[in-house]
Each structure stands twice: as C-alpha cells, then as structure tokens.
Design a protein around this ligand. Structure first.
Ligand code: SAM
Length: 333
C-alpha cells in the first residue's frame, strides 16, 4: 500500500536514494525494504509514520533537519508546489517527539506494509585523525577499509532504525569533541551517553580512553542496535539500559556526560544531567537547533552549567562545557 501510494508521487529525497525527482520507482520501494531490514531482528508488528505537508521551498530545510536519518523521505505532490515529508519511526514515542518539535501527524503502519532490506554504501566519515566511521558491516570490506586507512580506527555502524551512523552534523561534532576530551584527560575517565541511538558516541568514547561507561535510550531499537554495535566494534564494559532520561533518578556520577538529544528533551533533562556530572566533569550537548540554542543555554545555566565551546554546523549547535564554578576557576568563561 505504501509502495502504491508512493508510485503516485515523485520521491525527491531520502538518505537511501539520490535526490532526484526522476529516480525510478524501484528505488522508492527500496526505501521501504530498508525498514524490514532494521526490524526483522526485532519481530515487531508495527511501526509509525510521521508526516507533514510542506511547501517545496522548505525542502532543503527538511533535509538539513533529518540529514543522517535513513528513514526520512520527501515526496513532491502533484502540481509541484507542495511536498509531504515523512519519517518512519520504530516507536510511537519517537514519532511523537518529532510531532512535538515540528508538528505534523502520526500513522501506525502494520508489518504487512514493509518489504525486504536494502543497504546503501556511504563514504567513510573521517573524525579528526582518529576514526573512520562506516555503515559497512561486511568483515572483508571492513578489512579493506582498515588497510586503506591505516592510521584510523574503523568504526562499523550499519544504518538501522536508530539515529546515529555518524553522518548527521550533531553526531560527527560530538565525536570530534569526544576525541578532544580523550586527548585532554588521563585514560580511565567515566562516561554516560544519554540517548545513545546506535551507540556510536559511547563506542568512540571507549576507544579514546573512557573506562567505566553507561549508555541509555528509551527506544528499544536503539538499545538493540547499540548492543549489536558494541559487539561488532569489540567494545566491552558498557552498561546499556533502555531508559527514559526524563524519568531517571541517577545514583552515579560521571566525568563526562554526552547528550545528543533534541532541545526540548535537553531542557527537561538538565535536572538529571546535573545529578550525573562529577565536580570537574564535562558535558557535551547536541541536537540543538540554532533557533532554540538560547533556551537550551539558559536552562543549562539555571542548573549550573556553562559552555565555552559552541560549534554550529548548518542549523545544528553542539557545545562542550561543564560546571560554571569550574569554568570560572579555570578562567574559561
Ligand atoms: C539525536 S539522536 C542521537 C543519537 C546518538 N547519540 C548520536 O549522537 O548519533 C537522539 C536519541 O535520543 C533518544 N532519546 C530521545 N529522548 C529520549 C529520552 N527522553 N530518554 C532516552 N532517550 C531519548 C532517541 O531515541 C535517539 O536515539
């Protein structure tokens, strides 16, 4: 049914297909094949489609917003002036979070509407001189990538339902900051990754010197993807939980907390983050639309945090900071 519906429109953009209104319908179907690939292992019966009608002139803005999300599609509707933006989500909660941020509506899709998997190669994402992040999972191809990039550690994060194969500006900027943190701290620092997605950030943290590590996500797909990715990348010693950060009363503190969460979630999460960060600890926050950064930094300050490092990539803002009193002590604010 989805395929039949799509056959009536031109699919303009998806992270799985080239941006072309002339792209064959076979490719349209392949988008949907991808969904089953990610869901096969979970044997769930339904997923959720978030959609919103929008003017074609906003197409680039939507692409920026959802860049890196493999389950994002834009279709131009008949007449060519309006488009339908869609994101396929594994949980109703995930779809609701998009509604909260961008409006639109959510539809439940039954398993019968899905098809078979498709995999698309993405270029190696280079993080400083340390990592090469790939969606490749084939051991032979990974070996080849390692041989071609001898100075880099190759991280294998196949595109799945979870967010975070590294090609989103928020993820790649967090990765770069984690590499910097790894260089600035003696090995063995503890880390908590809130909203871990595919687990890429906690995996990278472990590789650049983190000792004790914790990762959570409220999305069961993310937790499963992270568990797989930890094994795939040879990382041990990460405590992984399915948890809603906003309902958490943490009992442990960490040297570094990384939270790539949308602005609205971050703002609500600062009371929890404040309980998680050790004195002298650091915080990396991301997922912040530039237009919402002021609100996020204001909320952060109300909980004692300051952010001397602010990096903007397109519409997205990422920041590295810590306790305001530490920053004042070190003369960093
Ligand atoms: C923008 S993605 C970031 C994923 C990954 N950390 C990265 O940097 O690529 C946000 C992630 O946070 C999760 N998330 C959103 N709200 C959450 C909450 N209240 N509790 C736990 N996880 C949450 C989402 O499921 C998603 O996987």
């Amino acid at each position: 049914m989805v395929e039949r519906h799509l056959a009536k429109v031109d699919v303009v953009s998806s992270n799985l297909i080239a941006r072309s209104i002339f792209y064959p319908i076979a490719c349209v179907i392949s988008v949907h094949k991808h969904f089953l690939f990610s869901t096969f292992s979970f044997f769930i019966e339904s997923m959720y489609e978030w959609s919103k009608l929008s003017g074609v002139k906003w197409m680039d803005a939507w692409e920026d917003r959802f860049r890196g999300n493999p389950n994002f599609v834009i279709e131009i509707l008949k007449g060519g002036k309006s488009s339908r933006v869609r994101v396929f989500c594994g949980t109703e909660k995930e779809a609701a979070a998009i509604v909260e941020q961008f409006g639109g509506s959510v539809r439940k899709i039954q398993r019968a509407e899905w098809a078979n998997p498709v995999v698309k190669d993405q270029p190696l994402l280079k993080i400083r001189d340390v990592f090469g992040v790939t969606t490749e999972a084939d051991p032979k191809k990974l070996k080849k990538l390692a041989a071609e990039n001898p100075a880099r550690e190759i991280l294998s994060i196949p595109a799945e339902m979870a967010f975070g194969t590294g090609d989103h500006a928020t993820t790649s900027t967090c990765l770069r900051l984690l590499v910097d943190i790894g260089r600035s701290r003696p090995a063995g620092w503890s880390v908590a990754d809130l909203g871990t997605g595919t687990g890429l950030l906690v995996i990278a943290a472990k590789k650049v010197g983190a000792g004790e590590a914790y990762a959570c996500d409220f999305d069961p797909y993310s937790v499963k993807a992270t568990a797989d990715n930890l094994v795939r990348n040879g990382v041990e010693g990460v405590k992984l939980e399915e948890k809603d950060v906003l309902k958490w009363k943490p009992r442990k503190k960490y040297d570094v907390v990384v939270a790539n969460l949308f602005s609205t979630i971050l703002i609500q999460a600062f009371p929890v983050i404040a309980q998680l960060v050790k004195p002298g600890g650091e915080v990396v926050i991301s997922g912040i639309l530039a237009s919402q950064a002021w609100d996020v930094f204001t909320a952060a300050a109300q909980h004692g945090f300051g952010f001397p490092t602010v990096i903007r990539k397109g519409k997205w803002v990422t920041a590295r900071g810590g306790w305001m009193n530490d920053l004042v002590e070190k003369g960093e604010v």
